[in-house]
Design a protein around this ligand. Structure first.
Ligand SMILES: Cc1cc2nc3c(=O)[nH]c(=O)nc-3n(C[C@H](O)[C@H](O)[C@H](O)COP(=O)(O)OP(=O)(O)OC[C@H]3O[C@@H](n4cnc5c(N)ncnc54)[C@H](O)[C@@H]3O)c2cc1C
Length: 201
């Protein structure tokens, strides 16, 4: 595919970010994915994806997309023992006593991998792409836009792999907010007391 740009940056290395990076890798010379979490080597739950501990299913159309983007990924899941569902009667999922409908057979299978396991496998595949770099412990602190604010042109990136710098920047920002608040309150107090003295005069 013809490249349409030099460098694409993706914020967030979860499922959405990883799949975006995979697609952008075809269209950009290089792609950088940043995430504020420490990204584990193995597929274990992490702070930035708290829903990862809940039951998850990779439904048929999602599985098809992953299969198209990562050749052999689905076969690898099945070979590793992830349950593959060809008939919804094989799946028993009850929430608060309400059983998920078991009628029907999907045209293509669903996969019952845990959310962290699946993300770990996809992250491994994206990490292996030669023009993609995944940077963890890297927090995007804001977005840089055009003056019209109709297009994002970059992101403000603080403290990659450097928690102390992140904390210092947060502290400095907090101090600026505290100083501005104190100055506002003191101006307001002055104006209230001036109004009171004008009334009593
Ligand atoms: C209880 C529950 C059950 C679910 N079950 C299913 C299911 O069965 N099947 C299914 O397909 N989906 C399911 N989902 C939905 C699925 O979990 C989400 O759609 C999916 O995780 C969204 O992925 P995402 O990449 O868009 O965002 P997220 O997974 O929310 O990831 C966001 C990422 O961005 C990072 N980040 C955030 N802010 C910053 C920042 N400032 N700088 C740098 N990095 C940052 C975070 O660390 C994280 O890695 C379920 C969700 C819930 C809550």
């Amino acid at each position: 595919m013809q490249k349409i740009g030099d460098h694409a940056v993706v914020l967030g290395a979860s499922m959405g970010g990883l799949l975006a990076a995979r697609v952008l890798a075809d269209a950009y010379e290089r792609v950088t994915v940043v995430d504020r979490d420490v990204l584990p080597e193995a597929g274990v739950p992490r702070k930035g994806v708290p829903q990862g501990r809940h039951a998850h299913a990779l439904l048929p159309s999602g599985a098809q997309v992953l299969g198209d983007l990562f050749a052999g990924l689905l076969a690898g899941l099945a070979a590793a023992g992830v349950p593959v569902i060809d008939d919804f009667r094989e799946m028993w999922f009850s929430v608060g006593g309400h059983l998920l409908c078991q009628d029907g057979k999907p045209d293509t299978p669903a996969y019952l991998a845990s959310r962290p396991y699946l993300e770990g496998k996809v992250r491994g595949r994206v990490r292996a792409l030669p023009n993609v770099r995944i940077k963890d412990r890297c927090e995007a602190a804001g977005l840089v836009t055009t003056r019209a604010r109709d297009r994002v042109t970059g992101h403000v990136d603080i403290g990659c792999s450097d928690r102390a710098r992140v904390a210092a920047r947060h502290e400095a920002a907090g101090a600026r907010v505290r100083a501005a608040t104190a100055s506002f309150l003191s101006r307001r107090r002055r104006s209230i007391s001036m109004t009171r003295s004008a009334r009593s005069a």
